[in-house]
Ligand binder design. Sequence first.
Ligand SMILES: Cc1cc2nc3c(=O)[nH]c(=O)nc-3n(C[C@H](O)[C@H](O)[C@H](O)COP(=O)(O)O)c2cc1C
Length: 245
Amino acid sequence: MKIFLLRIFYKHFEKDKKRAIIALKGCYFTAISMKDLSNLRKEYAQAQLTADSLEESPFSQFQKWFDQALKATILEPNAMVLSTVDIHNTPTQRTVLLKYFNPPGFVFFTNYTSRKAQHLATNPSASLLFPWYALERQVIVTGKVERIPVEESKAYFFSRPYGSQLGAWVSKQSSVIDSRQVLENRLSELKQQFLEGEVPFPDFWGGYRLVPESMEFWQGGVNRLHDRILYKRVESAWILSRLSP
Ligand SMILES: Cc1cc2nc3c(=O)[nH]c(=O)nc-3n(C[C@H](O)[C@H](O)[C@H](O)COP(=O)(O)O)c2cc1C
């Protein structure tokens, strides 16, 4: 390591002393931080995913793991990373909250003019990832996303607290704004306009349902021999397979 740094120093020193010192500092800090990162290692030994412990339906398996995530009081157990692609197939990911799930699929709510909504309008294929690291688990769901019926979105919207209802009206999600003040001003206006219990339903906002085509359950294992169980939908049945870690 020392010899490597000295070589770099002399290579640059011949040309320019200042650049040589900058190069040396850069190498040193990169080496230090890489060393620290490469030492971050944890054995995953909390559980195993065995054939006899698996549910036949991936929804039942998800319910089981979701209940365990709730019980483990991990931060935001219903937070999931939604991936979509734009018209050029460039992917984007962002966190959204799962609001409910049942055999048709997984439901989240958002603004129908947002970037994600634009992506989904051109390509409804998407994936969800639940990062339950505290349990040494992740679940990846892939499938097609569709808008839920307006009545279903309304039912959820009117169950939200006043502040969240106004929040849906304030934000032209994903558009560029001049400052935070724009949002604060708009919120004040809306508070004058709509009293609590009188906020109308915004027709540019609602739910999406991802209907799964596959669901992968990942459980960390000792010596990196992780368990990966894939449920794949084939017509109306679910076919299970084990993937190599
Ligand atoms: C923990 C967490 C929960 C979030 N939940 C939602 C949500 O349920 N719906 C939503 O539209 N955005 C949610 N967001 C914000 C999104 O990550 C994202 O910034 C926003 O939806 C705009 O994404 P887009 O520009 O790709 O459309 C959440 C962010 C975090 C960190």
